[in-house]
Design a protein around this ligand. Structure first.
Ligand SMILES: NC(=O)c1ccc[n+]([C@@H]2O[C@H](COP(=O)([O-])OP(=O)(O)OC[C@H]3O[C@@H](n4cnc5c(N)ncnc54)[C@H](OP(=O)(O)O)[C@@H]3O)[C@@H](O)[C@H]2O)c1
Length: 470
């Protein structure tokens, strides 16, 4: 006997063969009610995820973890401290069999000492390991390890945006060949649920527009500059001191981390692969105190913003064109994302028929990220034991990433040109300013709606810092 499924039709209980053995646990009922014609036909399905009040058998699932750093340690700790609670809630008891690390000499959590190995085969080639949790980061050797696991039919949970945003095709092929699934809620915005909503809950929606703050480090730096008048360098130093920024902060401040996350979100929205290299990006190194002050005194917040616009969709032909960017942007203070400050992340989107939606919360840190990893782990385990089926890692539409040339407003700051010279250069290019003011050194202002290419050409000609105005 294994998972016990019960169909009750007019109160007649039918038992469906089940999988696995162990204790019975309380389960949440998930009744589906169907009414057919005039006769009420009630089908009460005990669904795959065990939930209070029903009888579902406890199943042990054996897992291997690749990486025991910030996130890996938090996941391991949660499984240790709350494993029994999780088992009673999900019907799955996890057994961690092996943990891959790089440096066997490093001091570890004593509970993990007997499990660590530096030999990847002990995880990837152990037939008893059903789910591999990849938390080592980087492109290689993570790609090889994940491919090997998928090819063997192991389910894979990963938090690795670097890997995903560069290897959609390879990973899709590996999933198909091993008939396995890959789950990656933790790869974008830490604890904030956005991947599963896009892959499942919002699957029936057409999403045309998305704005996202998906890098907590830069959000912290810009919040510091705004609320404490700090310079970029001072704010970054504080972020490093508090552990919010790496010693080498370039992936964050140059927008690479956010671009990887935007590639993942775009892939799910466009139903086909979008790669890191296709996302146009600029970071926040050039942002000055003057920009932050100008934004605030004119009703905006300056953010590093990921932006996505679907430009056209041909669902019959299976293709979609989209613009995807990461760049500094002025966000009106009444925009739902304007209040997403400090290290928080936020994703706002416009969907049809759902309307506008906002997702926000902690985008990084061991415990916050572990939340998403564990949610995926339970789903992956359900797939491993046949209680659920995985969705494809990504669709197969052709996605072309293009510049959005529809006119929009732009903020420009020129340090070496006064208001008059700036206005004159803009006029010769046919660009109008709606607001142009003298800055401490040069001038800054907001254009009337202007195509991106033209605004960027003006910025280039005048040596200006440029930011999109939402
Ligand atoms: N940190 C966060 O807040 C956060 C948030 C969201 C997503 N993520 C993602 O989660 C993943 C892990 O991040 P992290 O911050 O936990 O990283 P981390 O602290 O640097 O830990 C990486 C772990 O992987 C191991 N490792 C690295 N390369 C290896 C190799 N070649 N062979 C064997 N083991 C190797 C390391 O071993 P040693 O212990 O021996 O060095 C370490 O245990 C990354 O993909 C990251 O982007 C992180």
């Amino acid at each position: 006997m294994g998972i016990q499924r019960q169909l009750s039709i007019y109160g007649i209980g039918l038992q469906v063969p089940s999988i696995g053995e162990d204790k019975r646990v309380p389960a949440i009922t998930n009744p589906c009610l169907f009414f057919i014609g005039k006769v009420g036909l009630r089908v009460n399905l005990l669904t795959s995820l065990a939930t209070p009040g029903e009888n579902v058998r406890m199943i042990e699932v054996t897992i291997g973890i690749l990486g025991l750093g910030t996130v890996g340690s938090a996941v391991f700790d949660e499984l240790h401290r709350h494993g029994e609670w999780l088992a009673r809630r999900s019907g799955i008891r996890f057994k961690v069999k092996r943990i891959l690390v790089q440096d066997m000499g490093k001091k570890r959590d004593p509970r993990a000492e007997s499990l660590v190995t530096s030999n990847p085969a002990e995880v990837l080639e152990d037939p008893s390991i059903q789910v591999v949790v990849e938390l080592m980061g980087g492109y290689q050797p993570a790609l090889d390890y994940v491919k090997r696991a998928l090819h063997c039919g192991k389910q894979v949970v990963s938090a690795n945006k670097h890997l995903l945003s560069n290897a959609w095709d390879i990973l899709r092929e590996a999933c198909e060949s091993g008939k396995a699934g890959m789950f990656f809620e933790a790869a974008v915005a830490g604890a904030v649920p956005i991947i599963r909503p896009l892959r499942h809950s919002l699957i029936a929606n057409r999403i045309g527009e998305l704005e996202a703050i998906v890098n907590g480090t830069t959000n912290f730096v810009l919040t510091e500059m705004r609320s404490h008048g700090a310079s970029f360098a001072q704010a970054l130093a504080k972020a490093q001191k508090l552990g919010y920024a790496e010693a080498d902060p370039s992936a964050d401040v140059d927008g690479l981390d956010a671009a990887r996350k935007m590639a993942i979100l775009s892939t799910l929205i466009c139903n086909g692969p979008v790669y890191e290299r296709s996302v146009s990006r600029r970071g926040i190194r050039e942002v000055s105190q003057q920009d932050v002050e100008f934004a605030e005194s004119n009703g905006f917040a300056l953010k590093l913003l990921g932006g996505l616009r679907v430009l056209s969709v041909d669902s019959e032909g299976g293709c979609c064109s989209v613009s995807v960017s990461v760049e500094p942007a002025l966000l009106p203070l009444d925009h739902p994302l304007a209040g997403v400050n400090d290290v928080l992340n936020g994703i706002w989107l416009k969907a049809e028929p759902a309307g506008e939606l906002l997702f926000t919360g902690h985008g990084a840190g061991g415990p916050a990220t572990a939340s998403s990893v564990l949610g995926d782990l339970i789903f992956a385990a359900n797939v491993a034991i046949g209680r659920a089926a995985p969705a494809p890692i990504c669709g197969d539409w052709q996605v072309s990433v293009e510049k959005d040339e529809r006119p929009q407003r732009w903020y420009l700051r020129a340090d070496s040109l006064g208001v008059r010279e700036m206005g004159d250069v803009a006029a010769t290019m046919g660009i109008k300013f709606q607001l142009l003011s003298e800055g401490t050194r040069g001038s800054c202002g907001i254009t009337a709606p202007t195509p991106r290419g033209l605004a960027e050409a003006l910025a280039h000609r005048t040596g200006s810092f440029v930011a999109r105005v939402v």
